[in-house]
Write a protein that binds this ligand. Structure first.
Ligand SMILES: [Zn+2]
Ligand SMILES: [Zn+2]
Length: 294
């Protein structure tokens, strides 16, 4: 465990993403940092990995930009790099929302992990909504959470009619690290929701403080780890089921028949036994993936 993974984002008006891209990429290449960083006029969003020492240098470097001097880092241990390469990209949005210009001044109130835990413990009358994609909520979610059918975050704008009944209730939104909820929660307020909170620091911050409580299952992450398992209690360690045998699992595979490519949760034993294919037909396909992962 000599490596660190760093997650961070900040919405802040940023003037020269193109210049930043060049110098930032060079810094990362020269300092053995791998991962992906998105930079836009609206801010920054990144996940990077490196040795503990290199990551400390990275943090110092990033916070030397005045726009990012107070950025919040979420840091995790890792056995090795969790990315193969380093990418820095200039984007229109640091997370694709398609929501247009969001008025951050009306975003949902920030709910500390302690407060969310208290909401649960006191049986408060509240609705908790997952702002992540379906393949993320499928393998992990907060207890009793609504998990709208979102193929991508761009679908968020379509869920209002689905949740309209909760306009006068206390609503809590959550996502992995908080970045999606800043926009998702503002969008709910904009659409007439009266009492909107967003989980501060997201699932990552909550589960770090309170594993084995109200978060059930695994956390999908966008690096080579694929998932993080915050819980040790057997009954909430995995909430999804193996496509083949039905045993609890959180690991995704795509059917190795390229023409099918079906996304499924599988335990290790079954994926090997089934040659990473969803069916006998797919196993016989001539158009199969040659590489095996995990
Ligand atoms: Zn299985
Ligand atoms: Zn298949």
């Amino acid at each position: 465990m000599d490596y660190s993974v760093l997650l961070f984002y900040k919405y802040v008006s940023f003037n020269n993403p193109e210049d930043f891209k060049e110098t930032h990429l060079n810094f990362c290449l020269n300092n053995n940092i791998k991962g992906r960083v998105f930079i836009a006029y609206e801010g920054i969003n990144g996940t990077v990995s490196g040795t503990i020492e290199d990551i400390e240098n990275y943090k110092t470097h990033l916070t030397s930009h005045k726009e990012f001097s107070d950025i919040v880092f979420k840091q995790d241990k890792a056995d090795s790099h969790t990315f193969k390469k380093m990418h820095v990209r200039v984007k229109n949005e640091i997370v694709n929302s398609g929501l247009g210009d969001v008025d951050f001044s009306i975003e949902g109130k920030r709910l500390k992990p302690e407060m969310l835990k208290q909401f649960y413990e006191e049986n408060k009358d509240f609705v908790i909504i997952d702002a992540r994609n379906t393949y993320e909520s499928e393998i992990g979610r907060f207890k009793n959470a609504l998990t709208p059918d979102l193929e991508t975050f761009r679908d968020w704008k379509n869920i209002i009619s689905e949740i309209e009944d909760y306009k006068n209730k206390t609503v809590v939104t959550y996502c992995t690290g908080g970045i999606r909820c800043e926009k998702a929660s503002a969008y709910l307020v904009e659409n007439g929701f009266q009492d909107v909170y967003q989980l501060d620091g997201g699932i990552v911050s909550y589960t770090k403080k309170f594993p084995d409580t109200f978060w059930e299952g695994s956390i999908f992450v966008f690096d080579e780890r694929r998932i993080v398992e915050p819980n040790t209690r057997q009954e909430i360690k995995h909430i999804a089921k193996c496509y083949y045998c039905g045993e609890p699992s959180s690991y995704y595979i795509n059917c190795h028949n390229y023409d099918c490519n079906k996304l499924m949760v599988s335990c290790h034993k079954c994926k090997v036994e089934n040659d990473y294919c969803c069916s006998e037909n797919c196993r016989k396909s001539a158009n199969k993936r040659k590489e095996y992962h995990g």
